[in-house]
Design a protein around this ligand. Structure first.
Ligand SMILES: NC(=O)c1ccc[n+]([C@@H]2O[C@H](COP(=O)([O-])OP(=O)(O)OC[C@H]3O[C@@H](n4cnc5c(N)ncnc54)[C@H](OP(=O)(O)O)[C@@H]3O)[C@@H](O)[C@H]2O)c1
Length: 249
């Protein structure tokens, strides 16, 4: 196992109460980081996650925030500044899906997915970078998806939001490179979280069979890659996308 030391590093992880975000929060805490985990509405899941961490939770703050709401994000960062002298790491894992074929997709499903997955990540990145610039150090990691690269039926909104994240990372990394702020993406395949658990069993079966490794990934599989991009050791990597898919092409 790779071991990292994030002592004296502070991280914000959006979507940090469940799934991939929660596994990332746990791994960061185990590596001695101070972490603020953002979630949007499910207090019960957030509190359950915090309780499951035991002593590790001492360095965790839970924060309820809709990342797509600029005013809420500004207020979140105002409070963050009061409690934390610097920000080193931002992981944008908050994400939703509202699948439907384009001809039947309600406009609201298009807008909400773009708002949370893409605009939310932009808002959080913008406000994070303003803080990172002062310190001339930062690590930003977006969670994209192969859907954004290859397209998936019923996911025009989701695929567009995830392709947008990659384009956004490749643009922002050019703006921040001279200040040692890297911006990278991880692209998980099928990962065993609430995000896909509501799919029909036959569809889950078909998806599993389509993976060369014949299994879904775990949230920890993705957290391992996120921690690499969040670490000092990845200092010369920016604007890149790492796929964690068990071989799914
Ligand atoms: N699981 C997969 O197979 C898979 C594959 C590729 C990419 N991804 C991407 O990986 C990321 C994490 O997925 P996951 O599987 O960990 O999802 P998940 O288990 O459904 O967790 C989603 C997390 O995002 C939070 N969230 C949702 N909307 C938010 C908003 N508007 N503002 C702030 N937080 C919000 C949720 O908070 P609440 O609990 O309050 O709702 C929760 O903490 C997503 O971006 C997803 O697109 C997942």
């Amino acid at each position: 196992m790779l071991t990292y030391n994030f002592e004296n590093r502070t991280a914000i992880v959006t979507g940090g109460s469940r799934g991939i975000g929660a596994a990332t929060v746990k791994a960061l805490l185990q590596a001695k980081a101070t972490v603020v985990a953002v979630y949007s509405s499910n207090d019960e899941a957030a509190n359950r996650f915090k309780e499951s961490l035991g002593d590790l939770a001492a360095n965790l703050t839970l924060s309820k925030l809709n990342v797509a709401d600029y005013a809420q994000a500004e207020e979140f960062f105002r409070q963050f500044d009061e409690a934390h002298p610097t920000l080193d790491i931002l992981v944008n894992s908050a994400g939703i899906r509202r699948d439907a074929v384009a001809a039947m997709m309600p406009e609201e499903s298009w807008r909400s997915v773009i708002d949370v997955n893409l605009t939310g990540a932009f808002i959080m990145s913008k406000l994070a970078i303003q803080r990172m610039l002062q310190k001339r150090y930062g690590r930003i990691v977006h969670v994209t998806s192969p859907s954004g690269r290859m397209g998936i039926e019923g996911q025009s909104n989701y695929a567009a939001s995830k392709a947008g994240l990659v384009a956004m990372a490749k643009s922002i990394c050019k703006e921040t490179a001279r200040r040692n702020i890297t911006v990278n993406c991880v692209s998980p395949g099928f990962i065993d979280t609430d995000f896909i658990s509501s799919l029909p069993p036959e569809q889950l079966d078909a998806y599993r069979k389509s993976v060369p490794m014949k299994r879904f990934g775990t949230p920890e599989d993705v957290a391992n890659a996120i921690l690499f991009f969040a670490s000092e050791e990845s200092s010369y990597i920016t604007g890149s996308v790492l796929e964690i898919t068990g071989g799914l092409a």
